[in-house]
Design a protein around this ligand. Structure first.
Ligand SMILES: [Mg+2]
Length: 200
């Protein structure tokens, strides 16, 4: 039987489009929390074999991250304290989508707000779920080039230090496990591969 699984919030299904593989049917759904950014619900689901299970789900509006690379081949990173993990992390500029916001416009907004940079060339290079075990957060990843100064304007609740690293060196550091943020690891490796294929 070909049952259609619940689609991820905020978009079409990822992947080639064919409904294949196991699915789960939602039997019962309870909303436990509705916050400024996140919602939490608990679903009771029935697996194909008939077993029932409980799924705790964080609903997220979706997000964008930007690999911004300058003329010298340097990538722009931000260091910021991350309260949930209790330490500062080095990350790509990134942020959540506003309700109904186009992801590319969100990426352009976040890059300028967090780093004070505008970019003349944009290209989507990734589209992935960040934590599908418990959250529906979908992230679009962009490569931004042809950088020029704009106006820095971080959110009131964000304290950021921006810095630049050679993309090649940053990708090598990512491959060696020296970054701890998943989108940053993915973005550095992808961008290095794409730009390497294009020019090195
Ligand atoms: Mg941010």
């Amino acid at each position: 039987m070909n049952r259609v699984p619940k689609r991820p919030a905020g978009g079409k299904r990822l992947g080639a489009g064919k409904e294949v593989g196991p699915t789960e049917i939602v039997v019962e759904s309870r909303r436990l929390f509705e916050g400024r950014v996140l919602k939490l619900r608990v679903d009771k689901v029935r697996l194909e074999g008939g077993v029932e299970a409980t799924r705790e789900v964080v609903e997220h509006p979706g997000a964008v991250a930007v690999v911004a690379v300058d003329e010298q081949g340097q990538v722009v990173l931000v260091r910021q304290y991350r309260h949930p993990v209790g330490r500062p992390l080095d990350e790509l500029p990134a942020g959540k989508l506003e309700p109904g916001e186009d992801p590319l416009l969100a990426a352009q907004r976040e890059l300028e707000e967090e780093t004070g940079l505008l970019a003349g060339a944009w290209r989507q290079v990734g589209d992935f779920f960040t934590a599908p075990g418990f959250a529906d957060e979908r992230m679009r990843l962009y490569l931004a080039q042809d950088l020029r100064p704009g106006r820095i304007n971080p959110d009131e609740d964000e304290e950021l230090q921006t810095f630049r690293l050679n993309l090649r060196d940053a990708a090598r550091a990512a491959a060696e496990g020296r970054f701890q943020d998943a989108k940053t690891i993915a973005g550095l490796l992808l961008a290095d591969r794409l730009l390497g294929e294009a020019g090195r």
